[in-house]
Design a protein around this ligand. Structure first.
Ligand code: FAD
Length: 417
């Protein structure tokens, strides 16, 4: 039996790594635990997340709806949530002294509205549980021994080698090959990474002129694809954004990457409940009721005027003309566009700097406790896994859940006292 330097080394000082170290130390007191972080500071993403407020999880109570927020990893999380899901997460933060608040759209933040609350809580736990945090320590290579693991580490520029009984891989999304590099020797299966959570670039100045305007009920889809994504759509000075677009970018992450982000998107600006016949009817009665008015001065369906003028411009209709001249065929053309507008997207843009990677360690490699099937004592958690969610606190929730699952596995695997 080698002389282990550590009982547990957690590689990566992000949300998942911290939460796992804390949970493991609480589940199995006395473990000698180190967190290795390659950058000068830990919890970098937690700090800037949610616009500096850290969107910790989501208040959605319906399990099925919550799970739909994960284009990848849904089946794995379904089981995981039965043990440590959003409800347990909320309870944990509350009981640890960090009350949460929910916003109208379900996003949950620390009550004090600053990500520092999470940092403070985690730092306090790390200290009281005597977990060692080693910044500027980068794992370069991991080897599996007969018992335990050998870690080759660049510790503040100096090469070092440590032996640990167990290791947690929590290095985040594989947005660069260098993240996966230390694991090359292990021969693990990986799903290739593509970006998720982005907005669509549409090079059309008419659309950019609507920048800042949002339509609360829209439905978007990729031309030729059956899946539909509902929610507000936001016009920006480079194209389209908002919850429905971000959802589409996550669920279609792979397809859009294959299209090199050159694709036609369809938008129904009247929302999922709208029907063609109803829209025509409404237009017909609106045209009759406002027959003598100029179209620009009598906007239908409570639409923002700027948007209505834009729709007329897109169809080549004159906003100065009277409603009486807007006959049935024009009404139909307009209603059809409102329910089925097409835009050619050319490229993507990040959304408030928030992004995640789709892809990562193949979930077939892990058991229900995030333990590597072929290497007992090795665990993988967080965004490194082929799990990702839409915006709204779902990505941190995946980090908390996978970290907690691994921590229970680590505690069970550790030798009895
Ligand atoms: C700007 C931004 C805002 C976001 N806001 C939210 C939000 O509000 N809510 C939400 O749910 N999600 C949000 N996300 C997504 C969320 O931050 C991530 O899904 C989450 O941080 C993943 O946690 P993680 O611990 O797996 O990875 P990370 O937080 O990426 O942590 C991984 C850590 O491992 C370190 N590391 C990597 N390789 C090595 C190595 N070889 N040796 C040592 N250390 C290494 C990295 O430096 C990093 O610190 C946001 C993302 C971004 C970019």
């Amino acid at each position: 039996m080698p002389n282990f330097d550590w009982d547990l080394v957690v590689v990566g000082g992000g949300a998942a790594g911290y939460f796992c170290a804390i949970q493991a130390a609480e589940a199995k007191p006395g473990l000698r635990i180190a967190i290795l972080e390659k950058s000068p500071k830990t919890l970098g993403k937690v700090k800037i997340s949610g616009g500096g407020r850290c969107n910790v999880t989501n208040a959605e109570e319906r399990n099925k709806v919550f799970l739909e927020a994960y284009p990848r990893g849904q089946a794995f999380l379904k089981k995981g949530f039965q043990q440590f899901g959003p409800k347990q997460t909320r309870a944990w933060f509350e009981s640890a002294g960090m009350p949460l608040k929910a916003e109208a759209d379900g996003r949950m933040f620390p009550q004090e509205n600053r990500s520092e609350a999470v940092l403070r809580l985690f730092d306090g736990k790390i200290q009281s549980l005597s977990i060692q945090v080693l910044c500027k320590h980068s794992l370069e290579r991991l080897e599996v021994l007969e018992t335990g693991f050998s870690l080759q580490v660049l510790a503040e520029g100096e090469p070092r080698c440590w032996l640990s009984r167990q290791v947690v891989l929590a290095m985040g999304g594989i947005h660069k090959e260098s993240v996966w590099e230390p694991l090359q020797t292990l021969g693990l299966a990986r799903i290739s990474s593509v970006p998720s959570l982005f907005t669509f670039q549409i090079p059309d100045a008419r659309l950019h002129a609507l920048s800042g305007l949002s339509l609360p009920q829209s439905r978007v889809w990729l031309q030729g694809d059956k899946r539909r994504f509902d929610g507000p759509v936001l016009f920006t000075h480079w194209g389209l954004s908002g919850p429905s677009i971000l959802k589409a970018s996550a669920h279609l992450a792979r397809e859009l990457a294959e299209l090199n982000y050159n694709f036609a998107i369809r938008v129904n600006f009247l929302g999922a409940e709208a029907h063609e016949s109803k829209a025509w009817e409404t237009m017909a009665s609106h045209a009759t009721a406002h027959a003598d008015k100029q179209m620009k001065n009598a906007v239908p369906l409570g639409l923002p005027q700027r948007f209505f003028l834009f729709s007329l411009e897109m169809l080549g209709f004159d906003p100065e003309s009277r409603w009486r001249d807007f006959g049935a065929s024009k009404q139909r053309k307009w209603a059809d566009w409102m329910l089925n507008a097409s835009f050619q997207c050319q490229g993507k843009t990040t959304f408030k700097e928030e992004f995640v990677t789709a892809g990562g360690l193949d979930l077939n490699e892990i058991n229900e406790h995030c333990g590597l099937r072929r290497y007992p004592g090795l665990w993988a958690i967080g965004e490194l896994l082929d799990i990702d969610g839409v915006t709204g606190g779902y990505n941190f929730q995946a980090a908390w859940t996978t970290a907690w699952l691994a921590a229970q596995g680590i505690a069970a695997f550790a030798k009895p006292d």
